[in-house]
Design a protein around this ligand. Structure first.
Ligand code: F6P
Length: 538
């Protein structure tokens, strides 16, 4: 059971608000004073599994120094040590966020034991060629990481067909089950809390589907949860339940048995490789000095882009179609973690915090929204991600992919002046009046911030390292802004309102005197919501 946070201890610990710190003022001033360093020596950090090129970010010696001072003022060393030691860094929920323990070479014994049990279970299912179909039912952190790993390493096809069902929309579960043979289908219910409405309701439909085909649902269900007793009560046999722990955040849980489907789809070796890459990144994060620490540098750049330059979004551009699912994965990791506006003491942070994260693999993205990145009024920083070596046999495709990535990045950084655009138009034979006019449409502002992250090739190790890089980047931004990156109170409010509205939409619920439904009157809906409850009821 989660205990309540120790409020008096917190109050005694009060840190000054970020914007009261002279270190913040220096950092912001130093960031405003510098431009992109694109013409210097490439600014690279070789971290485990990835090379990060920071040449597309604002940088100067003064900014580097100010960043170090800011981190010191925010107690970064102590906070990092507390995270990695499994202390209760999730302050508002009074619990650790100890995902690093799940992949540490010296993981706690209960972690190793559960992993061994899951691996043995997968080995026996594989040996018996059990289940040609897997339906993974889970949402958010119980879904995205599994989708990502399965699509990254199973892109050429799998001997087990894998489907994912997350949404409460009945079309999702209908499509997820359609055409499968119930006798040869394993339903995997992944839910840390085992209370998530979407997952349990979709699980019910799957159970009915199995029962309707005369299959014992118990034999064809597995569950992963931090509350095994809830899964037992729901009807999953104990031997098919794997656990995680309350000290793992949902969006950090792919390192746990939540990845059972990944193991069944693309092997336990993939999970072992991902854990090894992540653990190597953890070590880099723990030991590398600030200036050579990839997640820390990315976090400082993120704070410059968001809180100083005011960029409201961050674009993720993986130039590898196997990484399409990386975008929603980072979207949840970043936005659920950093979408907060008050600090740990409950005061407004005082600067804009987490950006909206969005994206799509290149080159599709180039034909969808890159125009906006190049010449739109806002633009956004971009994280370009590519693999040096491809795993297919068409080098020309890979060269073209790499060229597109580098070219888009260069155009965003370099831009094109009016004079350059005009000269180009004149060279193409336009008369001077038309060249003046068209050049205004063809100039690019340039100076757009970006990271280039290069993986030697896509492997479990490099993907694990990449994900840990982002996890730690998010954590450091949380430390600088002084927020709790491990809670998600905002999501809860809508969930509670939805429960009342679900009842109100039921045809059995009589309408209340205010036009709302009797059972839901206490919710005090606005006129429009009441109108639509009445319209959509049934
Ligand atoms: O979206 C809110 C959230 O609580 C996420 O943090 C979590 O990953 C998801 O719901 C699913 O939760 P659970 O694993 O408990 O079903």
């Amino acid at each position: 059971m989660t205990s309540m946070p120790d409020v008096p201890a917190l109050a005694a610990d009060r840190a000054p608000p970020l914007t009261d710190l002279p270190e913040w003022a220096h950092f912001a001033a130093a960031a405003r004073a510098c431009t992109l360093q694109a013409n210097g020596v490439p600014d690279l950090i070789e971290a485990p599994g990835v090379t990060v090129d920071f040449s597309g970010q604002r940088h100067s010696d003064a900014l580097g120094q100010a960043g170090r001072a800011l981190l010191e003022a925010r107690g970064f060393d102590v906070q990092r040590a507390r995270l990695l030691a499994g202390e209760a860094v999730n302050i508002t929920e009074a619990r650790p966020a100890w995902h690093t323990a799940l992949r540490a070479p010296d993981a706690p014994p209960e972690v190793l034991a559960e992993r061994a049990r899951m691996d043995a279970w997968v080995r026996s299912a594989d040996a018996e060629r059990r289940w040609s179909n897997l339906v993974h039912i889970g949402i958010g952190g119980s879904d995205w990481g599994v989708r990502l790993a399965v699509s990254a390493f199973g892109y050429t096809g799998l001997w087990r067909q894998v489907r994912f069902v997350a949404n409460i929309d009945g079309h999702a579960i209908e499509g997820g089950l359609a055409g499968l043979d119930p006798r040869d289908t394993l339903i995997v219910l992944a839910s840390k809390s085992f209370t998530t409405a979407e997952t349990l309701q979709n699980g019910e439909r799957a159970r009915e589907w199995l029962a309707a085909a005369g299959v014992d649902p118990r034999a064809n269900f597995a569950a992963i949860t931090a509350y095994p007793e809830r899964a037992v009560a729901w009807g999953v046999p104990e031997g098919n339940i794997f656990r995680l722990w309350d000290w793992v955040g949902g969006r950090f849980s792919l390192w746990s048995a939540v990845s059972l489907t990944t193991a069944l789809a693309v092997s336990t070796d993939v999970l072992a490789g991902m854990r090894a890459g992540a653990a190597a990144m953890d070590q880099h994060f723990a030991e590398a000095p600030v200036g050579a620490n990839a997640p820390v540098r990315m976090a400082l750049a993120g704070v410059v882009n968001r809180s100083v330059l005011g960029h409201g979004s961050l674009n993720i551009a993986p130039y590898d179609s196997r990484l399409a699912q990386l975008v929603p994965y980072i979207q949840q990791l970043d936005m659920e973690s950093l979408g907060k506006s008050v600090d740990l003491d409950g005061r407004p942070v005082g600067v804009p915090t987490g950006p909206a994260v969005w994206g799509m693999p290149g080159t599709d993205a180039q034909h969808t929204f890159f125009q906006w990145l190049h010449q739109g009024s806002d633009g956004a920083p971009v994280d370009f991600i590519l693999c040096r070596t491809a795993d297919h046999h068409w080098p020309a495709h890979h060269r073209a992919l790499l060229a597109n990535c580098l070219a888009q990045r260069e155009a965003l950084m370099r831009g094109k002046t009016f004079e350059q655009a005009r000269a180009e138009c004149l060279r193409e034979g336009l008369d001077p009046v038309r060249a003046d006019w068209l050049a205004r449409h063809r100039m690019h502002p340039g100076g757009r911030s970006n990271h280039l992250i290069v993986l030697p090739r896509l492997s479990p190790y490099t993907l694990g390292a990449l994900l840990a890089l982002y996890e730690h980047r998010v954590f450091v931004q949380g430390v600088i802004w002084g927020i709790d990156p491990f809670d998600q109170w905002g999501v809860e409010y809508g969930k509670i309102l939805a429960r009342g509205i679900v009842e109100a939409l039921s045809p059995e619920t009589p309408p209340g005197p205010d036009g709302g439904a009797a059972r839901d009157r206490g919710a005090g809906h606005d006129a429009s919501t009441r109108h639509w409850i009445e319209q959509l009821k049934g």
